[in-house]
Ligand binder design. Structure first.
Ligand code: PEP
Length: 258
């Protein structure tokens, strides 16, 4: 498995052709992404669903992995508007973001639904990037650890067969997402240590120590290396700064320079 993860969450941005152009430009900037070129940094792109297949095809000769920003927990059936894991895999996806804060707080997903999606993703052998993080008012009231603990507890309790190939956790304080107000390195470090402890408690020492923990929240070129200096942080989930291939390439180089 790669040591470091650099993930792009495009949210509801980019058309099919813009997604394809991004991959072309990124590879121009980072030729080491062309296969076999297995570097230390694994790039993971989460395009909108409509572009998943075309981005996966554009990235075919590279080490870039592609995934979906969400999934449903059933494999098929009468669930209008939803997308299943078999569909995601068939389109070339090998990862899914589960429980992103915009799914939780804009769309209204609760911890139970997130847990069902996590279980389905892991059972499908797909990498789940489980997002956890507190709201500003929860942090201000001293509840950041309790909120993250509850999110992890509901998602991970009784989870079987999980490994670092099927689970990564992204700590994304909600107040830092898309706000330009990134979390401080000491705050992220404290939370990363807490998440690692909880992972070990829930899935055991052997597997819990190898699960990647990413930071997300207004990461941009220049501030990434601070987060990557934290022992338990082995990746970043990037929204805004992942939309431009040149800025994403700058993040790649910053991560590689660690
Ligand atoms: C995200 O979408 O997960 C994210 C962290 O966004 P941004 O980098 O824009 O804060």
């Amino acid at each position: 498995m790669p040591k470091l993860w650099l993930a792009a969450n495009w949210k509801m941005n980019k058309t099919v052709s813009e997604g394809q152009a991004f991959v072309g430009r990124l590879v121009e900037q980072i030729p080491g992404l062309i296969k076999p070129g297995a570097g230390e940094v694994q790039v993971l792109i989460f395009p909108g669903l409509v572009s998943l297949q075309s981005v996966a095809t554009a990235a075919r000769d590279t080490t870039i992995r592609v995934g979906a920003q969400d999934c449903y927990f059933e494999a098929h059936g009468a669930f209008t508007g939803e997308v299943s894991l078999p569909q995601i895999k068939d389109a070339g996806g090998s990862a899914v973001i589960v429980g992103h804060s915009e799914r939780r707080h804009v769309i209204g997903e609760d911890n139970r639904l997130v847990a069902a999606k996590l279980r389905a993703t892991i059972n499908a052998g797909v990498l789940a990037v489980l997002c956890v993080g507190e709201l500003a008012e929860e942090r201000d009231a001293g509840g950041a650890f309790r909120v993250v603990d509850e999110q992890l507890e509901t998602a991970l309790a009784g989870l079987a067969g999980v490994t670092e190939r099927t689970l990564a956790v992204a700590y994304e304080p909600v107040w830092a997402i898309g706000s330009g107000r990134s979390a401080t390195v000491p705050d992220v470090e404290e939370m990363a240590i807490f998440i690692r402890e909880r992972l070990v408690e829930h899935i055991g020492e052997e597997r819990g120590k190898d699960v990647a923990i990413m930071y997300g929240g207004s990461v941009k070129p220049g501030n990434l290396s601070g987060y990557m200096s934290i022992r338990d942080i082995t990746g970043a989930l990037v929204g805004g700064a992942s939309l431009d291939a040149d800025s994403f390439a700058a993040l790649y180089r910053e991560m590689e320079g660690q």
